[in-house]
Write a protein that binds this ligand. Structure first.
Ligand SMILES: Cc1cc2nc3c(=O)[nH]c(=O)nc-3n(C[C@H](O)[C@H](O)[C@H](O)COP(=O)(O)OP(=O)(O)OC[C@H]3O[C@@H](n4cnc5c(N)ncnc54)[C@H](O)[C@@H]3O)c2cc1C
Ligand SMILES: Cc1cc2nc3c(=O)[nH]c(=O)nc-3n(C[C@H](O)[C@H](O)[C@H](O)COP(=O)(O)O)c2cc1C
Length: 767
């Protein structure tokens, strides 16, 4: 095959090597516009796994690269005069120039034709002498851009400004240094990659960059400025640029996130940064480029595999890897872009948040890396929660939490779940056993299902209510059992179904109208939930007054029943949510239009409830923090304002759910998928939040809490199949100080012993 590689960066060179290794008869020309030693950038970092992949592909270049790596284990986070050091992170780094020289040498040895100072054309008609044209010309690939309509190129320019510098200061640890200036925060990412060289990337928000006047500052002055701000980390060493040909502010970049739907068109194939980019803060761009090269060479040389099939396989396999990494990279990029949220954390928690920002590193990963450090975090978390120094480390999920006068034993919450098993709103023995068992399972707080404030406010005929004397007596029995037989506290979730009412019970079809016996429904506007649902009546002022009085009556009954806490359900497209989301609120009066207007009625309800609910008892509000409809609906940023409005009115906690407000919305589902909204509302709004949504492992819970992404963690479906989730989590983490019904003690002791034995066995097998 005759192959032209446009670009002699890591992707182009390593692909050329990988092709020649597999078949020396291939003719490969690499065209590079620069000279062999001109290279932008300083060092790159890899993981051990990447090095193993390189060794397996080409032992000769792989072992030279391996032998030249600088290794380090520690990460230092400098902030507010403190340095937080954690260890066990295992990075390896190499100079980009050195990496390219090793690859150039190996390519020459294998007979690749290298053409330096050779600007390659971006028209496929320039390349008719070749069977394949490889676009390995980096993130700014011209040939990719020329054929972008065939490749489905999506480029997102991220907001922060950064400059990639080098220094002779040798950093002993991967260093993150945050400095606060009158113009804003600036920070550096620094790491050693050679005996006497380190990369030093300076980053800041664009507003800070503007205020500092970098737009009109020459390169030399900008570098001198960075040297003075970070002088205390540089020990007298200077900072250097190796892109001195760039003038003015051109050295400052915005990261460009690139995704392509198709990685090939005619005989053009995208490779490395031309096909995708991953933010430098997770340091994986070069790894992806090299691994792309290996895979592409492998499929192109596999006997019997047709070209089209080979390229389909290349794209499918590599794209999956890239998407995984880009997902983590996006989390990491966003963390630095929303840094403001975390800057008032104490340094230890700030460092934890930084280390877990991509969500690839969790609480238990940190324990494996540096147990002693993680235990410092755990002790800090527990001491803060308990208000006095704690000597023994313990999982964050087992820290108590206070809401007004209510003390929760731990941070695990059984999320509200409709059971559709009441008759005329009256709970029964099913509910007693259901809630009783889950209370005995160890969670600190238990929510009831959405309990409706009127018969017409029910979702289904099976929904529980709080509007009749028999409801009060049955709920009193359930609350009494919970208090008498567990340490759990119990919260009454009150709601009104609005436009989603008069439907079948869950297992007969969600949101499907009843076959007979439907009752009329109302909402903010006459927007039905779906074409199959009733057209709701827009609420009149008289309707509003009636609903407010129903909520007040229900909250009073809730207090009488002995509930510890009360929640207003203002999420998921039900009555109050139908006001908050602009997708269903089409009113022209003071209850529609602006967010302030859309919140007016839900806040009237909330304030009336708060006034009727005892001051010592807390209240929460469940909201849908994202309508998953972009700017057409409620966005997470708007949800911060929604959360603030309710906390200003006296809410103690925002229960952060999302979606279910518009039948056609498209949630982006994944593990912990709604937690970013709890994080944003908590840390931008300075509000206590509860995270919920596909959280199912102890590790998720501990990571969320220790990173300050939420104050409480609710789980729904995990508790359906495992009411004892919290007790099991305590046994697995060898946590003994949990309230457990004495009748169940023996089971807990045995479970803890067996889990420990299993862990020891697994460790022995691994060893
Ligand atoms: C600040 C920063 C820090 C980074 N840190 C890391 C890190 O720690 N670890 C990591 O793995 N990755 C890191 N990266 C990413 C890494 O640099 C890239 O992912 C990697 O270089 C991709 O390799 P590539 O060969 O696809 O593209 P490039 O390295 O960009 O190579 C493309 C080559 O094509 C040449 N070229 C372009 N157009 C033409 C043309 N028309 N004719 C001829 N030649 C052309 C260019 O001169 C260049 O040499 C970082 C990136 C940035 C911006
Ligand atoms: C069977 C079932 C019933 C639910 N009923 C309610 C409810 O009554 N009120 C409410 O706010 N959320 C309700 N939800 C949503 C859950 O509280 C929770 O937000 C959602 O299931 C995501 O959490 P999970 O991934 O832990 O299940 C229900 C969920 C399930 C599975």
């Amino acid at each position: 095959m005759r192959i032209a590689c446009i670009g002699g960066g890591p992707a182009g060179l390593y692909f050329a090597i990988s092709m020649k290794l597999r078949d020396a008869a291939h003719h490969v020309d690499v065209f590079e516009r620069n000279r062999p030693d001109d290279t932008f950038g300083w060092g790159v970092v890899f993981s051990d796994q990447t090095v193993e992949n390189l060794m397996a592909n080409d032992l000769a270049s792989g072992s030279v690269i391996r032998d030249e790596f600088a290794h380090w284990d520690d990460i230092d986070v400098h902030i507010r005069g403190q340095t937080i050091r954690s260890s066990g992170h295992g990075f390896i780094g190499i100079g980009r120039k050195r990496l390219l020289n090793i690859l150039q040498e190996r390519a020459r040895e294998l007979g690749v034709q290298l053409h330096f100072e050779s600007e390659a054309g971006s028209d496929l008609d320039d390349w008719t002498a070749y069977d394949l044209v490889i676009a390995a010309d980096g993130a700014n690939s011209r040939i990719r851009d020329r054929y972008q309509q065939h490749l489905g190129v999506d480029i997102q320019v991220r907001r922060n400004k950064f400059i990639w510098l080098g220094t002779h200061k040798v950093f002993g640890a991967f260093t993150f240094a945050f400095e606060h200036l009158p113009e804003g925060w600036v920070w550096a990412h620094a790491y050693r990659f050679d005996d006497d060289l380190s990369t030093f990337i300076v980053e800041m928000e664009p507003e800070t960059w503007d205020r500092l006047g970098f737009a009109d500052m020459e390169q030399k002055a900008a570098i001198a400025w960075c040297e003075s701000v970070f002088a205390k980390y540089l020990d007298g060493h200077s900072l250097m640029s190796n892109a001195s040909h760039l003038r003015g502010s051109a050295l400052w970049l915005n990261f460009r996130r690139i995704v392509c739907d198709r990685w090939f068109y005619r005989n053009l194939i995208l490779l490395g940064d031309a096909a995708h980019t991953a933010h430098f803060s997770i340091g994986s761009g070069t790894k992806l480029a090299l691994e792309d090269a290996i895979k592409l060479a492998e499929v192109l040389n596999r006997p019997g595999l047709a070209r089209e099939d080979a390229l389909q396989e290349y794209q499918a396999e590599r794209n999956l890897e890239v998407l995984k990494l880009q997902n983590s990279a996006r989390n990491s990029t966003e963390w630095f872009e929303t840094l403001e949220r975390y800057l008032d954390f104490e340094p230890i928690q700030f460092a934890y948040s930084l280390l877990t920002r991509s969500q690839r590193v969790s609480h238990e990963n940190l324990r494996l890396r540096d147990k002693a450090w993680l235990e410092v975090v755990e002790r800090w978390f527990q001491s803060k929660a308990r208000g006095s120094p704690v000597n023994e480390p313990a999982p964050p999920m087992f820290a108590p939490y206070r809401l007004r006068e209510l003390r929760l034993e731990n941070r695990i919450v059984v999320s509200p779940m409709a059971m559709y098993s009441a008759e005329d709103g009256t709970p029964n023995d099913f509910h007693l056993v259901h809630y009783g068992t889950r209370a005995q399972g160890g969670a600190g707080l238990l929510y009831t299902e959405m309990t409706c404030v009127s018969a017409d406010g029910r979702i289904t005929p099976g929904c529980a209510g709080m509007y009749a004397p028999e409801h009060l007596s049955e709920w009193t029995r359930i609350v009494g059992f919970v208090h008498a037989n567990s340490a759990a506290k119990i919260c009454l979730q009150l709601g009104h179904s609005g436009p989603k009412g008069s439907t079948k019970v869950g297992w007969e079809g969600y949101d499907v109208p009843l076959d007979s016996g439907n009752w009329p429904v109302m909402a903010a506007s006459d927007v039905p939930w779906s074409p199959n649902n009733q057209n709701p009546r827009p609420m009149t002022r008289a309707d509003m007054d009636e609903v407010i009085s129903q909520f007040v009556a229900a909250v009073r009954m809730g207090d009488e029943a002995g509930f510890d806490m009360c929640e207003l359900h203002a999420a998921h497209g039900y009555l109050l949510s139908s006001f908050i989301t602009p997708l269903t609120n089409k009113r022209a009066d003071e209850y529609g239009g602006s967010l302030e207007n859309r919140l007016r009625f839900p806040l009237e309800v909330f304030r009336a409830m708060r006034a009727a609910w005892p001051a010592a008892k807390p209240m929460s509000v469940r909201i849908s923090a994202n309508d998953w409809m972009g700017e057409l609906g409620v966005t997470p940023s708007e949800a911060v304002l929604v959360g603030r409005a309710f906390t200003d009115a006296g809410a103690d906690l925002i229960d952060v759910s999302a979606g279910q407000t518009w039948a056609e919305c498209t949630p982006v589902y994944g593990r912990m998928f709604q937690t970013p909204f709890a994080d944003q509302i908590r840390n931008e709004g300075k509000i206590a939040t509860m995270a919920v949504g596909n959280i199912y492992e102890t590790d998720h819970v501990n990571s969320i809490l220790a990173a300050g992404r939420a104050d409480l963690v609710a789980m729904a479906r995990p508790h359906l199949v495992d009411p004892m989730w919290t007790l099991r989590a305590a046994a697995a983490q060898e946590y003994r100080d949990i309230a457990i019904p004495p009748q169940y003690l023996a089971g807990m002791t045995q479970l803890a012993r067996n889990l420990k034995r299993e862990q020891e066995l697994a460790a022995a097998l691994k060893a």
